[in-house]
Structure formats: C-alpha cells, structure tokens
Design a protein around this ligand. Structure first.
Ligand code: ZN
Length: 105
C-alpha cells in the first residue's frame, strides 16, 4: 500500500516537471519584446527605440547620420542632447565558437 502511494507521488512529480519544462520552453521561444537599445556617447543616456520607430528612422535620411562609411556606424538623435550622438548599444557577447559563420550584420 505504501509503495503504491510512493509510486503515485513520483509519477505526479515527473508530470509536474515535464509540464514545467514544456511551458518554460514555450515562454523562451517567444520573440524578444521591446526594441533596440541606444546609448549616447556624450551624456551616456541609454534609451530604447521600438522596432516601429527604428523603421521610421532608417527610412528618413534626416533622422540618422552615418559619419563613418567604413564601420557604417549609425547615429541617431539623443533625446537629451538633441544631437546625433547616440549609437546602438551592444551587449558584450562571448566570441563565437571557432569555425562558426559570423552572424549577418
Ligand atoms: Zn545625450
């Protein structure tokens, strides 16, 4: 009798873990929300640009600047300085494994 209760408890635990993994996996597959993070090189202000806004900016030559044609660094207006001093903020990433193809820029 005790053995059956124990087996039942183990089964419930296993189902719980499976369900937890299932739902957690689903949540991780969701596309990242928000937008792109920019940082101002003058005042260090970090601000977010939504993907819709980013589309609008890149479609209007007056809303961005490319001061360096070699690196193609794109500068947008910092809301605080009101000048083209903000560039895309890149989280420090670990280097890709040897032989891996670099991600498209
Ligand atoms: Zn600024």
């Amino acid at each position: 009798m005790m053995k059956n209760v124990l087996l039942g408890t183990v089964a419930v635990l296993l189902i719980g873990v499976a369900m937890y993994r299932f739902f957690r996996g689903k949540a991780e597959d969701a596309p990242p929300s928000g937008g792109l993070t920019f940082v101002c090189s003058r005042c260090n202000l970090k601000f977010e640009v939504t993907y819709a806004e980013w589309d609008r900016i890149t479609n209007d030559r007056r809303l961005f600047k490319v001061p360096d044609q070699h690196t193609k660094t794109l500068l947008i207006k910092c809301p605080k300085c009101n000048d083209f001093t903000a560039h895309k903020y890149e989280e420090p990433e670990p280097p890709p494994p040897e032989g891996a193809t670099p991600p498209p820029q």
